[in-house]
Design a protein around this ligand. Structure first.
Ligand SMILES: N[C@@H](CCC(=O)N[C@@H](CS)C(=O)NCC(=O)O)C(=O)O
Length: 223
């Protein structure tokens, strides 16, 4: 039996959403973050190869990394159309966007978020310097790359209802969470109407709403 070890306020919500979209049988165990560090608790870290969420176990298997878990779950569902196959016209777009979410856009957002916290928490006598250095990193690297990604996504979602084209795929699950967080933290999607509309549509999907309900407190949303 698959078990989702579900860390509060984390990318684990992606996997809960996937499990709700697919109806794959599973159990869920909830973990709160360590209140002092806001990291995963030791009991969770002991199970996870990198100590991070999402984490899924299946007998002796313990697998983390969102994209790996999505593939692991979809391997059990050969008839699912959530992962366009080799001959599917959506294949190339699917592969690109599915991997872009976790490999490029999410790390950029995380970097920006962590730099923001680092600036705020720096000792007051170096705070100005920290803000200056991290602000320069954002201006030269993180910001332009995020803008390029959001501009490409905006074009894709102006022409298509879903990330990979005309149907819902696992690329929407990968990006849906990432864009949800981009909207939540700092209103980054405001200049992008197609992206904003897209995330509105994604968050009305019954499976997303069921995932939120089961989580019960994701980013302050009551279940
Ligand atoms: N690339 C990884 C990112 C994993 C990651 O950074 N997870 C965060 C939550 S979104 C985490 O586990 N934080 C708690 C910790 O590091 O202890 C994935 O998508 O699975």
């Amino acid at each position: 039996m698959i078990t989702l070890h579900h860390l509060e306020n984390s990318a684990s919500i992606r996997i809960l959403w996937l499990l709700e979209e697919t109806g794959v049988e599973h159990e869920m165990v909830m973990y709160d973050r360590d209140p002092a560090t806001m990291l995963a608790p030791d009991a969770f870290k002991a199970l996870s190869p990198f100590g991070t969420a999402p984490l899924l176990t299946d007998g002796d298997v313990a697998i983390s990394e969102s994209a790996a878990i999505i593939d692991y779950v979809l391997d059990r569902l050969p008839d699912s159309d959530l992962r366009p196959g080799a001959d599917d016209p959506l294949r190339a777009d699917y592969l690109f966007w599915f991997h872009a979410a976790g490999a490029t856009v999410q790390p950029l957002l995380t970097m920006r978020f962590v730099h923001g916290i680092a600036s705020e928490r720096a000792p007051f006598f170096v705070r100005g310097v920290a803000k200056g250095v991290l602000g320069a990193v954002d201006k030269a690297f993180t910001g332009p790359r995020l803008s390029a990604a959001f501009t490409a996504l905006e074009a894709q979602l102006t022409d298509n209802e879903f990330i990979a084209g005309d149907r819902f795929t696992a690329a929407d699950i990968a990006f849906g969470y990432t864009l949800y967080m981009a909207r939540l933290r700092g209103g980054l999607l405001e200049p992008y109407p197609a992206l904003s509309g897209y995330i509105e549509r994604m968050t009305q999907r019954p499976a997303w709403l069921r995932a939120l309900e089961r989580d019960g407190k994701f980013m302050g949303v009551p279940g």
